[in-house]
Design a protein. Sequence first.
Lengths: 112, 113
Amino acid sequence: DQQVKQNSPSLSVQEGRISILNCDYTNSMFDYFLWYKKYPAEGPTFLISISSIKDKNEDGRFTVFLNKSAKHLSLHIVPSQPGDSAVYFCAASAPQGGKLIFGQGTELSVKP
Amino acid sequence: SAVISQKPSRDICQRGTSLTIQCQVDSQVTMMFWYRQQPGQSLTLIATANQGSEATYESGFVIDKFPISRPNLTFSTLTVSNMSPEDSSIYLCSVTPTRLEAFFGQGTRLTVV
């Protein structure tokens, strides 16, 4: 049972435009959500997170939106840059233990 | 933030042998987590390592196959025992200083031949 889903395995965007990466979850007990960027042969790099009591969090070019009623979150990157090309994972954290449940990842390609 | 040093970064091992992966954190943390990323897959939690107690394993993972040590609040090891080619993966350790952030080591890319 996949509790966190990223239904788009890949996304291609033109440099300077907006990248929108989506994530759905099924467990209403998740109370924190995190986004990571991962390059091959490296560990995931933490980007941004959001608590379930908020609906938006912004950090520079990255904004995460949370729609609790739809159990959906999205990461917006504006403007997109070629260096943003990587695999992006969303992750959810449940109250007990702090462990993360990851989605399958979306590979973002930003074209110059 | 937390800086995590993980080693080895990669290894090629013979089937039937064991490999121990080390994870060192630059600050004291209560819990450390070990994940696996199989080729083309997402990250899956293997176990949670608590200092002073036995590790807590996720469904599908057992202590005999993945023994974990946590001797203090800045260090942990994961051993992959009696390896088979199916164990070829990237293994990652992680810490969560707060619920809003979690940091990972650079990973250990293991190939079993």
